[in-house]
Design a protein around this ligand. Structure first.
Ligand SMILES: [Zn+2]
Length: 379
């Protein structure tokens, strides 16, 4: 094939890709006329690409309901079951799994308790549980794009290890041993980085090119930084370890062994491990006016406001809250915004503090989305 042919082929692929993405981002069926008008292509070009996408099983016909009534028009929408992705989150007490379709919609979810976390067995354990889960959900293995795993720790892909995980109380876990027993392509990432990726997927195509900081509030605390829509990873891939920013010198002991970190003040452990209750029970008690819970929550909000304000000062962009704790914050968001704004000489309100789309399953969605994104890029 000559260079000219390669260019033509690649240009055609790019057109097809753009058209697929337009249909993907529309969420409702779109007509050929709309595609031609909005994308600036001729009707024959649209027709040719629609035919190719239909025969590849990537889209299917769908009805466009008319506001004025009458017979619905024919449009096209994404074939959501063309491929599936799996997201798995590993923590010290359980393995959580979900399956998504190509639209990154959750189709199934499962939690498996693991009584003891054994480093040497974790890959085998995941592989076995995954096969059971896929069988239960009747997902054909040939349609699985890949399996994403998140760990609460510093993941070094070059050294192929999890360098350190204070939450799992573990150092230098070989990723090769985790990956090997799993019979699918595997992608491994830090849980909070993946949570940020999931939020990025949840944004509109225009918003995906903006800056934002993601603060992930679970048993561990981490985050992600997106500059012009791209993740900023840092020189040693340790950027956004917000949980270990020191907010109180000589303060509370943190999981990392240092004192006064954000994580020591605002992690979900403050309710689950310290009080021995679930986050759900804590917030129910708080609603009912439990004085002990109220004092604790007030302290959590004070430190969270400091952290969020520091992020705003450093990055000058929206701060999106995600993870388990964020799922309960909505009623307290006005107070948090007020507390953060009071610390900031430039801001009159805290409207830059937003809640994420995925409070509880963000990390899993993010790693599952890794494969979805790759698949769409290659269309
Ligand atoms: Zn720490």
């Amino acid at each position: 094939m000559t260079e000219g042919n390669v260019t033509i082929t690649e240009r055609r692929r790019k057109t097809r890709n753009k058209m697929y993405r337009y249909i993907y981002d529309s969420h409702v069926p779109v007509s050929k006329q709309q595609l031609a008008k909005e994308m600036g292509y001729s009707l024959p070009t649209v027709q040719q690409n629609i035919t190719e996408l239909l025969s590849a099983g990537l889209i299917r016909p769908g009805e466009i309901q008319k506001l004025t009534g009458g017979r619905p028009a024919v449009g096209y929408t994404v074939e959501d079951g063309v491929r599936y992705s799996v997201g798995i989150s590993v923590s010290s007490t359980n393995i959580r799994m979900l399956i998504t379709n190509i639209l990154l919609e959750q189709l199934a979810y499962k939690t498996i308790r693991i009584p003891v976390f054994e480093e040497s067995q974790i890959g085998r354990q995941i592989a076995d549980e995954l096969e059971v889960f896929l069988k239960e959900q009747k997902i054909p293995s040939e349609k699985i794009l890949g399996v994403g795993l998140t760990f609460p720790g510093v993941v070094d892909l070059e050294k192929d290890t999890i360098v350190l995980s204070p939450t799992l109380r573990m150092k230098d876990l070989s990723l090769k041993n985790v990956r090997e027993p799993i019979p699918y392509p595997v992608f491994i990432a830090n849980d909070s980085t993946s949570g940020g990726d999931a939020e990025w997927f949840g944004l509109s195509p225009e918003e995906r090119t903006e800056n934002f900081v993601y603060l992930f509030l679970e048993n561990g605390i981490g985050g992600a930084v997106f500059i012009n829509g791209h993740p900023y990873l840092g020189s040693q891939r340790r950027s956004a370890e917000f949980g270990h920013m020191c907010l109180q010198p000589h303060g509370r002991l943190c999981n990392c062994g240092k004192k006064g970190c954000l994580e020591a003040y605002c992690s979900a452990y403050r309710f689950t491990r310290d009080l021995g209750i679930s986050a759900e029970d804590f917030f129910a008690g708080l609603e009912e006016g439990n004085a002990e819970y109220r004092a604790l929550w007030e302290e959590v909000l004070d430190y969270l406001a400091i952290a969020v304000n520091n992020l705003r000062m450093a990055f000058d962009c929206n701060v999106i809250l995600g993870g388990l704790v964020s799922g309960y914050i909505e009623p307290y968001l006005p107070i948090l915004r007020e507390k953060a704004a009071a610390l900031n000489p430039f801001e009159s309100d805290g409207s830059y503090i937003r809640l994420g789309h995925y409070p509880t399953r963000a990390g899993m969605m993010g790693v599952a989305g890794h494969f979805t994104k790759q698949f769409i890029d290659d269309i």
